[in-house]
Write a protein that binds this ligand. Structure first.
Ligand code: ADP
Ligand code: ZN
Length: 626
């Protein structure tokens, strides 16, 4: 498979892309990256999920003499990655703790004998003296450091072993290194360069836009019900991920969905290893499963057909949000990122920061990150513009987010905000101590509850001055005030509301509060529409299909191809997408190739797969009436 010692050229690279991977042309910066690394240069590749990072090291590894060593923290996924390469006829293997001694020894022999094109290794394995020695004895084509953001101590994917990977450069200064990540922010990028000693690497930064993902953030009212409406409505029968902040909530939500007829599985660090890996394997292998998970799930999950990612709790940073939502729609087909967000999210996230044991510098960074996330959740402008701006990318209104599709009504909430602030003030003045959100809102709305009467808050001048707004509206105003630091919550004292220095400016009329007008029942209609607009995205693979034109002939063949794929996959013990991606099956269904040569022209059908499955597919197409 390797091109021997022949000089790598663009032509050879393109030939491998066509023949092995079955793709017609490189995408975005792939061609330049492949050429640079194949020629022995170091590279730092920042590309969004689904952008096509793997080819950036797989093709140079095939072009260069020796083995391409891929360092990845994703032990559970190595088997699938290696299976997918073998399906393409690439000589690949992996070394990690899931292998028995005999299997590992066989892989080591293959390495020493130079019989591999690609070797996937877990970082902790790579750093063992035994493995380093093994690699000394072999000819190396390159090192690919996947998920390179794992060196970042700020991120939740931090892996201490990644810090030691600078050793590769010291031991093998001649072997090119390519570090890859889908995490885009400048801080992480600098950390990668520094910690991996990549100062002389060329940086390839792609646009981080994921045009096929539709962003939606709805106001949290009855989150489980809203989630169910979202999943059962626009995404029935589709694969998706639901993120929750705690294990208990993961369990609870998975039960709730299952009880309502949605095939859902839980995943979190509290489950034993066996259960976790069974659930992960089922998610990858079966069609249309919903994984309800903590953020312990997802890094490197390269299942291409995840149609939605839902958040029941707000991530603590835009990076986290981007990374988690980015697991949707890797195949370029329309997908949806949906989040229910409310007052409790703001309070909870602020509390986590305040109560953390970390030093002030950390708290400042965490707090700035949270502010950016809150800004994204609260914005009344295009979400994508905000998201990309966070990563330093300028763009214009996208037409594929909730704010673009159904522009929210702006609302000058200065007056209500002032009422709320003075109510907090009066209550404290009268009682000598503060009260929580529920109580303050009851006073504002003039609800003489027992507690209100007991504290004589029904006699305050602010009692009932906010009867014109609903509780939901008041909670939205309060959320906005807390998000902007105009009110803080004293977590040490029963979550009581406290004025801040910034509150005074608003009370004195020196600033205003602009926000989106809360909807009465915003969750109910959320999430519709992704279906209807399939195929309308700018993405190359968003081909026309059922739903737009109602082409049932294509759809029937597509379904039969999927059935065939399921059988083929289970026979070989691999996930269906290792055989062919949905986009490839759809391409076949549309073109109805009658010969092997025509079939080879479909994107994603390489030489090896044509050999293995071509005849079966031609038969199947022939036997499905057009
Ligand atoms: P990443 O690792 O950046 O998330 P992958 O390497 O998994 O992305 O690629 C995402 C998808 O795009 C895969 O299905 C891959 O086969 C496909 N792909 C990558 N490069 C090309 C290309 N040049 N032409 C067509 N499809 C491609
Ligand atoms: Zn938009």
């Amino acid at each position: 498979m390797t091109a021997g010692a022949a000089p790598s050229t663009d032509r050879d690279a393109l030939a491998i892309l066509n023949r092995v991977f079955g793709y017609a042309s490189f995408r975005g910066p792939q061609r330049q990256i492949v050429a640079h690394v194949a020629a022995g240069g170091d590279a730092l590749v920042l590309m969004p999920t689904g952008g096509g990072k793997s080819l950036c090291y797989q093709i140079p590894a095939l072009l260069r003499d020796g083995i391409g060593v891929v360092i990845s923290p994703l032990i559970a996924l190595m088997q699938d990655q290696v299976d997918a390469l073998r399906e393409l006829g690439v000589r690949a293997a992996f070394l990690n703790s899931s292998l028995g001694a005999r299997e590992a020894a066989a892989v080591e022999r293959a390495v020493a004998a130079g019989e591999l094109d690609l070797l996937y290794v877990a970082p902790e394995r790579l750093l063992t003296p035994r493995c380093l020695e093994l690699l000394e004895s072999a000819k190396l084509a390159l090192f690919a450091i996947d998920e390179a953001h794992c060196v970042s101590q700020w991120g939740h994917d931090f892996r201490p072993e990644y810090l030691q990977l600078a050793v590769l450069h010291e031991r093998w200064p001649q072997v090119p290194r390519i570090a890859l990540t889908a995490t885009a922010d400048a801080l992480t990028r600098r950390e990668i360069v520094e910690k991996l000693a990549l100062q002389s690497a060329r940086e390839f930064v792609s646009s981080f836009d994921r045009p096929n993902i539709r962003y939606r953030i709805v106001e949290k009212i009855d989150p489980k019900r809203q989630l169910l409406d979202f999943v059962a409505g626009a995404h029935a029968g589709e694969a998706g991920i639901v993120y929750c902040a705690s294990r208990a909530k993961v369990e609870d939500t998975a039960h709730w969905l299952s009880a309502h007829g949605i095939a859902a599985l839980p995943y979190h660090a509290g489950l034993d290893n066996a259960t976790r890996s069974t659930h992960q394997a089922r998610f990858l292998r079966e069609d249309g499963l919903v994984m309800v998970a903590t953020i312990a799930f997802g890094m490197g999950i390269d299942k291409p057909d995840v149609r939605f990612v839902a958040h029941l709790d707000m991530p603590k940073s835009v990076e986290g949000y981007y990374q988690e939502t980015g697991r949707a729609g890797r195949d370029g087909e329309p997908a949806e990122a949906w989040m229910a967000y409310g007052l409790a999210d703001v309070v909870q996230q602020r509390r986590l920061i305040e109560q953390s044991e970390a030093d002030d510098a950390y708290k400042r960074v965490a707090s700035a990150k949270l502010d950016a996330m809150l800004g994204l959740a609260e914005t009344i402008d295009c979400r994508r513009v905000r998201l990309l701006a966070y990563f330093g990318e300028a763009s214009s209104a996208c037409g594929n987010c909730d704010n673009c599709l159904e522009p929210p009504q702006p609302w000058d909430a200065t007056e209500p905000a002032r009422k709320l602030l003075s109510c907090i003030y009066r209550i404290r003045q009268a009682s000598g101590f503060g009260f929580g959100a529920q109580h303050v809102i009851a006073v504002l709305r003039g609800q003489a509850s027992e507690r209100v009467r007991q504290h004589r808050h029904d006699a305050l001048s602010t009692f009932g001055i906010g009867a014109d707004l609903s509780e939901t509206e008041w909670r939205a105003v309060l959320r906005q005030l807390i998000a902007q630091g105009l009110v803080s919550v004293d977590h040490a004292r029963h979550q009581v509301l406290v004025l801040t220095d910034a509150s005074r400016a608003l009370l004195r009329g020196e600033r205003t509060l602009q926000m989106r007008r809360p909807k009465a029942e915003p969750g109910r209609r959320a999430g519709r529409g992704a279906r209807r607009t399939r195929g309308e995205s700018a993405n190359e693979s968003a081909v026309s299909q059922a739903g737009t034109g109602g082409d049932t002939v294509v759809e029937t063949l597509f379904e039969r191809l999927k059935q065939w794929r399921r059988a083929a996959a289970s026979e070989r013990g691999v996930p269906p997408y290792v055989i062919f991606h949905d986009t490839t099956l759809r391409g076949i269904a549309e073109r109805r190739p009658a010969t092997l040569a025509e079939l080879a022209g479909v994107s994603g059908v390489g030489e090896k797969k044509l050999d293995a499955y071509g005849a079966q597919l031609i038969d199947l197409i022939g036997s499905t009436a057009p």
